[in-house]
Every structure is written in structure tokens, then in C-alpha cells.
Design a protein around this ligand. Structure first.
Ligand code: HEM
Length: 402
């Protein structure tokens, strides 16, 4: 089949349950130019080298005119740092890290372990007496939502308020070749503005009256070097709230699905609980929540014998790179004890996932606590129904019989 339709086939909802044969086709093709003009890259070493190449921009305003959507017109101060390049990206990421990780808050995530375990236990208690549950709605979604709400200082009961905004934002970053993205982008911009106002208002209420949450820390940092402007705070808080749960839900759900498909490994993890951190890394390689990311070359860039022109979007298919047989031995095998597992699940380079330490802790605690419930459980539907997004891929529901 023609490689120039690979992106269409990869993003086709019908292929969501198993895009991996298409990724093998992509790696075979090397760099593949698509009918919409964009380029696809799916081999591990090419993706890593592009992630570390400063000529590859995360700022969509650098796209050439035909590829520039509504989002390219957005004012700089509204953009979250995931969509900016250095030095602006570095400045904002460093400020956002002050209340989250080293060097200012080295224990922040570790100190949440007890709380994460308590939230997990509470959710598991709700399984009692039930014979059928939906892993997504009953467990994998509420857990990271509750955690990120606590961390940021967002009232948990406001979830119905921000759920719709979050959905619109996720939709706006999806890749759907052949579809006019204007409406999705308009809805995404509007949702980010509304969520930003909501979060900035919450932060304002804590000015001078700080709690132990990150919004409080953002508006009460005594060091003037730690100050975010009102717009920067709004854009950063939106990024953290959305990125903080929309991905982790897929990691936990993909984890349950994979373990129920590999019962020998499930039993092994029960016998050898110390394997869990490695199992989570293997899940990030084998069934990652983020399948692809986009970049824009600031100059003509040569990749594996193909010149990608300046301004033309490049799609880096991380989930393909993490299954590249030139990098991983027996890549289609799920092996929780795999050594040498430098997967691309959290990206690489300057934008490597900021929340990775939290995501790891959440997934390790959640899956460890679930294991005893899974030993007699069965999948009610395999494959399960998937969320629409091809970029953030994961089941919409995962019904299991207990
Ligand atoms: C399993 C869960 C997660 C996965 C698979 C994941 C994956 C990723 C990936 C692949 C990137 C790179 C984006 C790029 O290069 O353009 C990224 C960036 C980011 N992630 Fe995560 N993430 C997860 C959880 C989290 C959590 C829990 C948070 C927040 C607490 C978070 C916050 C961020 C932020 C702020 C960025 C932007 C970093 C930057 O631009 O420098 N993520 N994530």
C-alpha cells in the first residue's frame, strides 16, 4: 500500500486498537511524505536525533502558510511552554518546576505517595460487591484527576466544569488528515481561555492566604525571580491540569488491558512486586499514552536521506520508535523485566515530560493495588472501545468482570 497514506490509516479510528503493523510499515519506509504535505518519522534513532535538534520547533507559529492554522495566530503570552522554544520555554518550565520538583521542591512528589495510596484505596473500596466495573470511569480517570486537583489546589467537585474544556483542548491537538481543523482549533483556544480564567481566579483567591498547593505557590513566591505574569500563570496551570490527567488515565488503563492480555506476567508481578517500576516503564514503551508529537523545522533538515523543508510539519511517531527492532530486542513482546528500556513514552530533549515522576508514582501505586483484584478478572470486551484521539491513545471504556 502507498506510504503517503500512512498518516490517514494510522489516524483512522478503525485502526486505533492496533496501529502497530502500520508503524512497522512506517519504519520500513523510513521518512514518509504524506498526501497532506507533512512528514512522518517512525524510527527510534531518527526520532531521538530530531528531539535534540534545535532546528525543530515546538512553536506552530513557525509553520509555512498552508499549514498554519488558527492557533498560529495566538498571542505569545497565551501559549503554554510545551508550545514554545528556548529560551522562553526554559524560563517558564523552570518557574513551573519551583513548587513541583528539584532544586526548590525535591520531596514534593515523593511526599504525595501516602495520599495517592489513600485515593487509590478509596476507589478500590467502591468495587466492593460489584461484578462488573469500567476501569476507566471507576478507577483510571478519577485517580489522576483527584491527584492533580490536590496538587494544583483545584476543587475536585469542579471536575464536571473542566472536563469539557479539557476534552476540547485534547481534540484541538489531535491529528486528523483531510479534515479542516479550524473549528476544533477555535474550540480549543476558547476552552484554554476559559480554563485559564478559572484557574487564574482560583490562584488569585490564594494571594496572601496560601495553602500547600501549586497555585498558591505560584502567586505567593517571595522571590521576584519566581513570578509568573497573570497570562503565564493561566497558560501554565491549564497545561498542568490537562497534561496531569489526560495521559495518566491511558497509562493505567493500558496497563490493566495489557496485564489481562498477559496473565503470565500478571501472575509474575504478584509474585515479584519489585518488578512493578520496570513494568510501568515497559508499558510506557509497549502501549504508550502519547503516540505522536508534531514539530516544525526552522530550516531544511535532512533525515535518513530525505530533506524535510522549512516550515512543513513533521510527525514524530514515538510509539513506533519505542517498537523499533533496531533499538529494542523483540520489541513486540511485553516484558516487565526488560533491561535497557530507554523508551520514548515521555518524549526526549528539552520538552521531556515534566510530570514523569508523578505519572510513574501514580501508575506504580495504582497497578500494584489493582493486581489482587485482577487475578480472577476477565476483559468484557477485547478490543475495548477507544477514545477518538490518535495522538493520546487509550480506551474510552475498559469493562471488566470481577
Ligand atoms: C503517563 C503519563 C504521561 C505521559 C505518557 C506524558 C507524556 C509526555 C510527553 C511525550 C511529553 C513531551 C511533549 C513534547 O515533546 O512536545 C510531555 C510533556 C509534558 N508533560 Fe507529560 N506525560 C504524562 C504525565 C504528565 C503529568 C502527570 C504531568 C503534570 C503533572 C505532565 C506534564 C507535562 C508538561 C508540563 C509537559 C511539557 C514539558 C515541556 O514542554 O517542557 N505530564 N509529557
Amino acid at each position: 500500500m502507498a506510504v503517503d497514506t500512512l498518516l490517514e490509516r494510522i489516524t483512522d479510528q478503525a485502526n486505533r486498537p492496533d496501529p502497530y503493523p502500520l508503524y512497522a510499515e512506517l519504519r520500513e519506509a523510513g521518512v514518509a511524505r504524506q498526501t497532506d504535505g507533512s512528514y512522518l518519522v517512525g524510527t527510534y534513532y531518527d526520532i531521538v536525533s530530531l528531539f535534540h535538534d534545535p532546528r525543530l520547533s515546538s512553536d506552530r507559529r513557525n509553520r509555512a502558510a498552508p499549514y498554519r492554522g488558527l492557533e498560529a495566530e495566538e498571542p505569545e503570552q497565551m501559549l503554554p511552554f510545551i508550545r514554545l522554544d528556548d529560551p522562553e520555554h526554559h524560563r517558564l518550565r523552570s518557574l513551573a518546576t519551583r513548587p513541583f520538583g528539584p532544586p526548590h521542591s525535591p520531596d514534593r512528589i515523593d511526599s504525595m505517595r501516602g495520599e495517592i495510596a489513600a485515593i487509590t484505596e478509596e476507589l478500590l473500596a467502591s468495587f466492593h460487591g460489584r461484578t462488573r466495573i469500567d476501569i476507566v470511569d471507576d478507577f483510571a480517570y478519577p485517580l489522576p484527576v483527584t491527584v492533580i486537583c490536590r496538587l494544583l489546589g483545584v476543587p475536585r467537585e469542579d471536575e464536571p466544569v473542566f472536563r469539557e474544556w479539557s476534552g476540547a483542548i485534547i481534540d484541538s491537538v489531535d491529528i486528523r488528515p483531510g479534515e479542516d481543523p479550524t473549528e476544533r482549533q477555535r474550540a480549543g483556544i476558547q476552552a484554554r481561555a476559559q480554563m485559564g480564567r478559572y484557574l487564574a481566579d482560583l490562584a488569585d483567591q490564594r494571594r496572601g492566604r496560601p495553602g500547600d498547593d501549586m497555585l498558591s505557590a505560584f502567586v505567593n513566591d517571595p522571590d521576584p525571580a519566581g513570578a509568573l505574569t497573570h497570562e503565564e500563570l493561566a497558560a501554565t496551570a491549564v497545561l498542568l491540569l490537562v497534561a496531569g490527567h489526560e495521559t495518566t488515565v491511558n497509562l493505567i488503563t493500558n496497563g490493566v488491558l495489557t496485564l489481562l492480555r498477559h496473565r503470565d506476567q500478571l501472575d509474575r508481578l504478584r509474585r515479584e512486586p519489585d518488578l512493578m517500576p520496570g513494568a510501568v516503564e515497559e508499558l510506557l514503551r509497549y502501549e504508550p499514552p502519547v503516540h505522536m508529537l508534531q514539530r516544525t523545522p526552522l530550516a531544511h533538515v535532512d533525515v535518513a536521506g530525505t530533506t524535510i523543508p522549512k516550515g512543513v510539519p513533521v510527525v514524530l511517531v514515538l510509539a513506533s520508535g519505542s517498537r523499533d527492532p533496531k533499538r529494542f530486542r523483540d520489541p513486540d513482546r511485553f516484558d516487565p523485566a526488560r533491561q535497557d528500556n530507554r523508551h520514548l513514552g515521555f518524549g526526549s530533549g528539552i520538552h521531556i515530560c515534566y510530570g514523569a515522576p508523578l505519572a510513574r508514582v501514580e501508575a506504580q501505586i495504582a497497578l500494584s493495588a489493582l493486581l489482587p483484584h485482577l487475578s480472577t478478572a476477565t476483559l468484557a470486551e477485547d478490543p475495548p472501545p477507544y477514545r477518538h484521539s490518535a495522538v493520546l491513545r487509550g480506551p474510552r471504556h475498559l469493562p471488566i468482570e470481577l
